[in-house]
Ligand binder design. Structure first.
Ligand code: COA
Length: 261
């Protein structure tokens, strides 16, 4: 499973571990990396044997140090808009996908790297992780969804402080404001993310997919419409074999065998 230049794909049990590997540029996202990342994530989404995805960066210094500044430096108005749309599209591919995606943030998560982590379902960070949206320091604004996802995750105040100062925060501060769920020692980070993915792999895959949809799509709706969406999905899941198996296994005091059907 190693067909890309900048993204390594490994299987760990039923988890696809995707490692962005462009270490000489601290894993910065150029057009090729973005394209490969979208392709790798999509491959994992459609692979029936994959139940969860973990995204990390190669090396011990950086998750992703941002969009490639060389690529952005010469952009005009139309190219700028296009660069933003392409990056946003990749982030949406991750966010909208049917399977859980966990960011294992192992160092710098700046600009597009922070935005990539934000597009994942949740984030686990190593103690050496550094988060920030430093774009204003380059005379631009975040363009891969950061101005929209960060305030929805941590609230407008924390988001605007990070975005307007272009400042950086460490893993513990990121955890304090709700940007990351957990902090692990660097050499325990991937295991921690894989353990979490393995827990998800044990439960009903359709239930996980629907739960992700209910939360993700619900965040874009009014509370009332969100309840309706939840009820629709709750109803729909009652038609699955997994639902019957889950209930039956409980009643028979055995472990369920979910088949994703
Ligand atoms: N785009 C392109 N290249 C990048 C990059 C980015 N976002 N981030 C790092 N690099 C490159 C550097 O230019 C350098 O390349 P070189 O060796 O060919 O000169 C290499 O990665 C190593 O980075 P360097 O700056 O030497 O490492 P450092 O440890 O001194 O600093 C950072 C690390 C992350 C603080 C610093 O690289 C940085 O500020 N990067 C940009 C972060 C950013 O603004 N991201 C948002 C972009 S929109």
């Amino acid at each position: 499973m190693d067909e890309f230049r900048f993204v390594r794909m490994e299987r760990r049990e039923s988890t696809a571990l995707l490692t962005i590997d462009r270490q000489e540029k601290l894993n910065a996202l150029n057009a090729d990396v973005l394209e490969e990342l979208a392709e790798a994530v999509t491959d994992a989404f459609v692979d029936d044997d994959v139940r969860a995805i973990v995204i990390t960066g190669a090396g011990d210094k950086s998750f992703v140090a941002g969009a490639d500044i060389d690529m952005l430096a010469e952009q005009d108005v139309l190219e700028g808009r296009q660069n933003s749309l392409v990056g946003q599209d990749v982030m949406e591919t991750i966010e909208d996908g049917p399977k859980p995606v966990i960011a294992a943030v192992n160092g710098y998560a700046l600009g597009g790297g922070c935005e990539l982590a934000l597009a994942c379902d949740f984030r686990i960070a190593s103690t050496n992780a550094v988060f920030g949206l430093p774009e204003v320091g380059l005379g631009i604004i975040p363009g891969y969804g950061g101005t929209q996802r960060l305030p929805r995750l941590v609230g407008t105040g924390h988001a605007l402080e990070l975005i307007m100062t272009g400042g950086k925060i460490d893993a513990h501060e990121a955890q304090r404001i709700g940007l990351v769920n957990r902090v692990a020692e660097p050499d325990a980070l991937i295991d921690e993310a894989l353990k979490c993915a393995a827990k998800i792999a044990k439960v009903g895959p359709i239930a996980v997919e629907f739960a992700k949809q209910a939360v993700r799509r619900g965040m874009l709706l009014s509370l009332k419409d969100g309840f309706e969406l939840e009820a629709d999905l709750f109803g729909m899941i009652s038609s699955t074999a997994d639902m019957k198996e889950g209930m039956q296994a409980f009643l028979e005091k055995r472990k369920p065998q979910f088949r994703g059907k």
